[in-house]
Write a protein that binds this ligand. Structure first.
Ligand code: X8Z
Ligand code: ZN
Length: 462
């Protein structure tokens, strides 16, 4: 999709995303926010038809609807799975509520209480991301003036002239340091790392296993910035997982559940600590950064994501079950956005629009609860690996870089593919049989204490 403003050149999604990242002019933000949502208007009818066909297909296979089919892939009943997701959300919701409260105050300081009322949901175009799904790009507005994280990864990458290829090489070296075999030569020949200027491509990052042998590839339009550095690790996680289960029967060539696939690379990325950046040569010495500032920065990415990760499929489950009818496709979407995320559309969005379709995974029929699971799971993996290597210190300082012991643990789990219930795979890695958000909660304890202090006496919620 492209957005062609009346008085200017057409914009692609990546350009509009960069405006949301850089601009602090509410009118400009609103323009691209609305502009991108023109691409999904024509999807509305097709989506309705897709739901009909999907329901027919799911019923033929013996499921109530496509949502039940999706939820049936977790070694428990669809209802048990939905309840388990709720349980996990309740574990992390206090973190989100505190972050939301703090960020809303900061945005009101910047844009005024007229634009950001202190008792309501936050206008979705002010959060630095097209879907308000992660807020890392408004860190400059949100971090207290005296809080210094000690370093800025985007600046470090640019200062060192690290290019897209080198970012992937650094990611590969991390896996190698854990004992994983290097990527095949064909990976480097056949992957796409940089947005080509002679043709249109789907830039949404993905990782491929073309021949189920070793033709692994990454497809991504890498920009030189910290978010994409993390995403490179995320995608490589998919590739190394694919390789680890490649020897199994075709039916088992997948992750334990889809959340595991999404969590693998993110687990490694948690080890991109200041100490690791020193080892990499990106920093001369570990900066004496402020822990809370550092955590606030990552929380704007990881904690802010949680309700979005949950609601995308809450929405589709209800659509597929017929609980949301085509006449309410858009209003129901915004009700869920408000209920879970506490955000609202900056302008009225009636049924002439189809805003859910402006999110890749909805247009692309890709389930999304996997990202919610992964958002919690990768902290649980990280905690287990840090215990396995006898790391002594706070979780946010632990890096598994260079540890074959951690690599061996990961390999054991990944090599099981989906040949066992996911609970067995989780147990092999962590000793636990349930998704447990206490690792994430413990990780952010310093930030949580600080947020509670700062929000004291404020009215939170929406
Ligand atoms: O789609 C992705 C990955 C590819 S599996 C880049 N993610 C979700 C998104 O972009 O919405 C990663 C985080 C959530
Ligand atoms: Zn992924």
């Amino acid at each position: 999709g492209k957005y062609c403003p009346e008085d200017g050149e057409c914009l692609e999604l990546e350009e509009m995303e960069n405006i949301l990242i850089d601009s602090r002019d509410p009118d400009e933000l609103l323009d691209v926010w609305q502009g991108w949502r023109t691409v999904s208007v024509p999807m509305r009818k097709d989506f309705e038809r897709y739901v009909e066909i999907a329901t027919e297909g799911a019923r033929e296979l013996g499921f109530a609807d496509l949502g039940a089919l999706w939820r049936a892939k977790y070694d428990m009943t669809p209802d048990e799975f939905a309840a388990d997701v709720d349980r996990i959300w309740q574990q992390v919701k206090p973190l989100y509520d505190q972050l939301h409260c703090y960020v809303r105050y900061k945005l009101a300081e910047r844009y005024g209480e007229g634009e950001v009322p202190l008792d309501g949901p936050i206008p979705a175009h002010l959060l630095g991301n097209m879907w308000a799904q992660d807020w890392q790009h408004i860190a400059d507005l949100v971090l207290p003036g005296d809080a210094d994280p000690g370093y800025d990864l985007t600046a470090l990458l640019r200062e060192r002239d690290v290019d897209a290829l080198e970012m992937v090489r650094v990611g590969e070296r991390f896996f190698s340091s854990l004992g994983f075999e290097e990527l095949p030569e064909t990976f480097w020949e056949r992957s796409l790392f940089v947005k080509p200027d002679d043709r249109d491509v789907v830039c949404h990052a993905s990782a491929w296993d073309i021949d189920w042998v070793d033709d692994l590839r990454l497809k991504m339009c890498i920009e030189i910035e910290s978010e994409d550095f993390i995403t490179v690790h995320h995608e490589l996680g998919h590739n190394y997982y694919q390789r680890a289960y490649g020897h199994l029967d075709p039916l088992f060539r997948d992750s334990a559940n889809d959340g595991f696939h999404e969590a693998l690379g993110d687990t490694l990325a948690l080890s991109i600590t200041p100490a690791y950046l020193v080892q990499l040569g990106f920093l001369d010495s570990a900066p004496n950064g402020d822990v809370v500032a550092m955590q606030l920065k990552t929380a704007l990415d990881k904690i802010a994501f949680l309700p979005f990760g949950l609601l995308v499929d809450r929405y589709r489950w209800q659509v597929f079950a017929g609980e949301i009818s085509p006449e309410e496709y858009n209003s129901a979407w915004w009700e869920l956005r408000e209920r879970y995320q506490g955000v609202r559309p900056p302008v009225p969005r009636g049924e002439e629009f189809f805003d859910p379709g402006a999110k890749y995974h909805i247009a692309n029929n890709t389930p999304y609860t996997r990202y919610f699971l992964a958002a919690v799971l990768h902290y649980q993996f990280h905690r287990a690996l840090c215990e396995a290597i006898d790391f002594d210190g706070p979780l946010h300082e632990c890096s598994i870089y260079g540890s074959p012991v951690a690599g061996e643990r990961l390999q054991q789990m990944m090599g099981m593919g989906r040949s066992r219930p996911w609970q067995d795979a989780l147990e092999a890695l962590t000793g636990q049989r349930e998704v447990d958000a206490t690792a994430m909660v413990d990780y952010y304890q310093p930030l949580m204490t600080w947020l509670e202090e700062h929000n004291e006496g404020r009215s939170c919620g929406w």
